[in-house]
Design a protein around this ligand. Sequence first.
Ligand code: 3PG
Length: 391
Amino acid sequence: MNNIRNQNIRGLRVLVRCDLNVPINNGIVVDDFRIKKLIPTIDFLRENGAKIILITHLGQPKKKNLAYSVKPAAKRLWQLIGGRVKFISDTVGLRVEAEIRRMENGEVAVLENLRFYKGEIENSDDFSKRLSRLGDIFIQDGFGACHREHASIVGVPKILPSFPGLLLEKEIKVLSDALVLPERPLVSIIGGIKASTKIKVIKNLLEKSDYVLLGGKVANTLLTSKGIYVKDLMSSEEEELIEISKEINLFDPKLQLPIDGMMGLCNFDEEYIRIGGVGNVRNEEEIYDIGPETIEKYKAILREAKTIIWNGPLGYFEKEKFSNGTIEIAKMIGQNNHNVFSIVGGGETVEAIQKLGIEDQFDHISTGGGAMLDFISGKELPGIKALDYEN
Ligand code: 3PG
């Protein structure tokens, strides 16, 4: 892969695809983790006299909708880097090109949301060309979006000389090292609610890990497949998930499922909570967190681990009464940090760790959610593959 450090970039317009898809409330960024992670790349480009043009998506708008404007993220970046950040209220076109021509070396501009143009997610050649007119070279530093085949991710690198940014390089190195030559035992933890995407990862992780610990909806699905957690009625979505899970060897001793759980009512309409074995779930109940015996079982495995990869909370942690499993496991890994190399990713898992204020106790917090999952499941990410393109 080409290296940006070997290039003379003084005076060049450097188009940087980043992932400033951050939570915003009333025009204020409520979590700036992804913005902070981009700063080493921006500092490097500023020190080397480039004109820095940042492009990103935010949310999933289908067309222009100012509720998804990138402006608050640009404002937060300005506060963080202590230098002017110019926000340009459009993404492509003659006006944007003219504003970029007026930029000084070392100046930073943030363009409006890429997804305001449908050519972005349609990966249209025309939109890729229009974006490419904004830069002399392209840097991919939006690891969190590299699993998408969008114009700014796979189209632009076909046109401009392209390089990985410092953040992308780090994400690739840390995650590859952990999967290829990990210090063992390697323990993977998978939780969260997006069971369909997570189930696909488990098969690959079972090949690479010494243990795979499960929580969240993905665990409930596999318990159902094993015939342990039985319900009278299943939704068609659940039935589909059970079908996908047949690809996994459910009796693999590396695969660790909860033995007990914190049950709540399916519709949450009461303060109901009950601890119970996973084989004793009542029809009106749902397992919303791992139970105390599972926490102890998982802790015993994690205590021996030398490498941990974690994606997805172990329960419905946004609800306090179902957050205990995630909190207990996070604290335990954090306290053991001198013995283990720990990687955490996925928006909700990172949020849980931030809430506890123990981010520093983890070795690497990935900016990728779905991208990290695809990476650890062995898929080639389109955004990374595109950088090998010969110009
Ligand atoms: C993420 O938050 O995982 C990335 O920014 C990708 O966002 P997307 O799922 O809307 O493509």
